[in-house]
Design a protein around this ligand. Structure first.
Ligand SMILES: NC(=O)c1ccc[n+]([C@@H]2O[C@H](COP(=O)([O-])OP(=O)(O)OC[C@H]3O[C@@H](n4cnc5c(N)ncnc54)[C@H](OP(=O)(O)O)[C@@H]3O)[C@@H](O)[C@H]2O)c1
Length: 276
């Protein structure tokens, strides 16, 4: 019966994104997937499939998170896995990006995940069982210019995940950091939409084209298909002992190499590549 399956809650499952592919992949492994999105219309294709339980969930709203988690627990009785996938890009030079845009990025990418985590940990701790999967980014390994806000929010997620892994272990909860490289999704289009509401740059007029291009940097012909990314991620998450860190996707290796380089060499290479 459905409730005997592992119950997996995923945030940000809109069609075309990583969350949607993760939802389909978990469902194909006999999990009952709580696919959530800000708007149910973005996951309407999953509506009639009994492997999914759809739920509206805005990670920026305490009330929405509380309501979604209590509905799932009431209807399905438990939550085995939470995947904090919802996220947004924020492009612009740090000195000029409006603080309100920086707050929104952190509210979505960092506090959004923390809302889910604080909401679900008491339940998982009561069962001494559960897995929390946070989606970070390779961009935090070697921060490139023009997306510092996003990168900082992902670096915060990496640090929080490392601490959570230690703090939640005594409660029986596994914590995993999934760190995508460049993966095909809607992130570029969403970033462009947000970018269009940015003010005109003052000190960075000269870099406007490069800044604009940063919005879609992860979306090239070589980007890893989200289905492939999801398959390997779900393989790892469903292991009895999931790894602490899983980084995969186009450019994940080069970003790991940059991370280990002396900073002066990394800066030199990035300045050359990004003309700054
Ligand atoms: N694609 C890449 O190359 C890449 C690389 C590194 C990390 N990542 C990370 O992977 C995760 C998934 O991103 P993606 O690439 O699949 O991008 P995406 O296609 O834009 O998906 C992002 C998802 O997050 C949702 N979301 C945004 N704000 C939300 C909120 N307040 N509440 C609930 N959901 C919200 C979006 O909903 P709407 O459809 O309503 O906007 C969408 O479903 C993100 O954390 C991203 O930072 C992606």
């Amino acid at each position: 019966m459905a409730y005997e399956k592992q119950v997996v809650v995923i945030t940000g499952c809109s069609r075309g994104g990583i969350g949607h592919s993760l939802a389909l992949e978990f469902a194909s492994r006999d999990c009952l997937v709580v696919a959530t999105a800000r708007s149910l219309t973005s996951i309407s294709d999953l509506q009639t499939d009994p492997r999914f339980f759809l739920q509206e969930l805005d990670v920026c709203s305490d009330e929405s998170v509380r309501h979604a988690l209590s509905t799932v627990l009431e209807k399905l009785g438990r939550i085995d896995i939470v995947v904090n996938n919802a996220g947004m890009q924020c492009v612009g030079p740090i000195a000029e990006v409006p603080l309100i845009a920086i707050e929104k990025t952190f509210n979505t990418n960092v506090y959004g995940s923390l809302r889910l985590i604080q909401g679900v940990v008491p339940h998982m701790a009561s069962r001494k069982k559960g897995k929390i999967v946070n989606v970070g980014s390779v961009s935090a390994l070697a921060p490139l210019p023009w997306a510092g806000t996003y990168t900082a929010s992902k670096a915060a997620i990496h640090a929080l995940t490392d601490t959570l892994r230690l703090e939640l272990r005594p409660l029986g909860i596994d914590v995993m950091n999934v760190v995508p490289g460049a993966v095909k999704s809607n992130i570029g289009n969403s970033a462009l939409a947000t970018y269009n509401s940015m003010p005109e740059w003052k000190l960075y007029k000269h870099f406007a084209e490069a800044i604009h291009a940063r919005a879609t940097y992860s979306q090239s012909a070589k980007s890893t298909p989200s289905e492939e990314f999801a398959r390997k991620t779900v393989d790892a998450v469903l292991k009895k002992n999931p790894p602490a860190w899983l980084s995969l996707g186009h450019q994940s290796t080069i970003m790991a190499i940059l991370y280990h380089m002396p900073i002066f060499i990394r800066d030199f290479l990035l300045r050359k590549r990004f003309n700054c």
